[in-house]
Design a protein around this ligand. Sequence first.
Ligand SMILES: CC(C)(COP(=O)(O)OP(=O)(O)OC[C@H]1O[C@@H](n2cnc3c(N)ncnc32)[C@H](O)[C@@H]1OP(=O)(O)O)[C@@H](O)C(=O)NCCC(=O)NCCS
Length: 172
Amino acid sequence: MIHIRIITAEEAGPFIPDLCEVLSDCIQGGASLGFMLPFAPEDARSYWQDVLASVKRGHTILAVAQRDGKVVGTVQVGLAQKPNQPHRGDLMKLLVHRSARGLGLSRKLMQAVEDEAASRGRTILVLDTATGSDAEAIYPRLGWQRAGVIPDYALWPQGGFCDTTFFYKRIA
Ligand SMILES: CC(C)(COP(=O)(O)OP(=O)(O)OC[C@H]1O[C@@H](n2cnc3c(N)ncnc32)[C@H](O)[C@@H]1OP(=O)(O)O)[C@@H](O)C(=O)NCCC(=O)NCCS
C-alpha cells in the first residue's frame, strides 16, 4: 500500500528515522546529493532537522512516500525567498530507497510537490542532478526540460568530479 503525503514540520518528527535511512541508503548507493562518504547517522539527523526548520518557516515543501506505513521516498521544493523570484521553486532531494525503486514512487512524489508548489503560487521549478545518473534519465520523462551541463560542478560521494545537468519545468 503506497501513500504519498505533503507533511508539516509538526507531523514530520516520527518520520525522521525513516528519512535518515532513505538519505543514507541513497548516498551509500552512490548518489551525488551534497554529501561525502563516510556519511554518519548524525549527519543525516542534522540534515533533516535543518529541513524541518525550513518547512516550519514555510520555506520548504516536504513530501514523503510511505509503503505499508514506512517512509521509503521523499522530495522537497525549496520556495525561493528572493524578492524578485516569488514565482520560483528549487526541486531538491528526490530520494527513493533502493528497496522501493521502479514502483513509480518518484513520479507520484514529483506530482505531489509540483501540485503543492503551484497551489502556493509557484510557476517555474528548477533542479540539478548528476550527469549520467539514473535521475538524469528520469526527469525528461516527467516533463522537465534540460537547460545544460556544467562540468566538474560537484564531487561524487566517494570522490572525483561530477558534471551536473540543470533542468526546469513550468508548472503553470
Ligand atoms: C531517481 C530515483 C528517485 C527514481 O525513483 P523511482 O521511484 O525508482 O522512479 P520511478 O519508478 O517513479 O520511475 C519514474 C520514471 O522513470 C523511469 N525510470 C526509472 N528508473 C530509470 C532508470 N534507471 N533509467 C531510465 N528511466 C528510469 C520509469 O520507467 C518511470 O517512467 P514511466 O513512469 O514513464 O514509466 C531513484 O533512482 C533514486 O532515489 N536515486 C538516488 C537518489 C538520486 O539520485 N536522486 C536525484 C537527486 S537530483
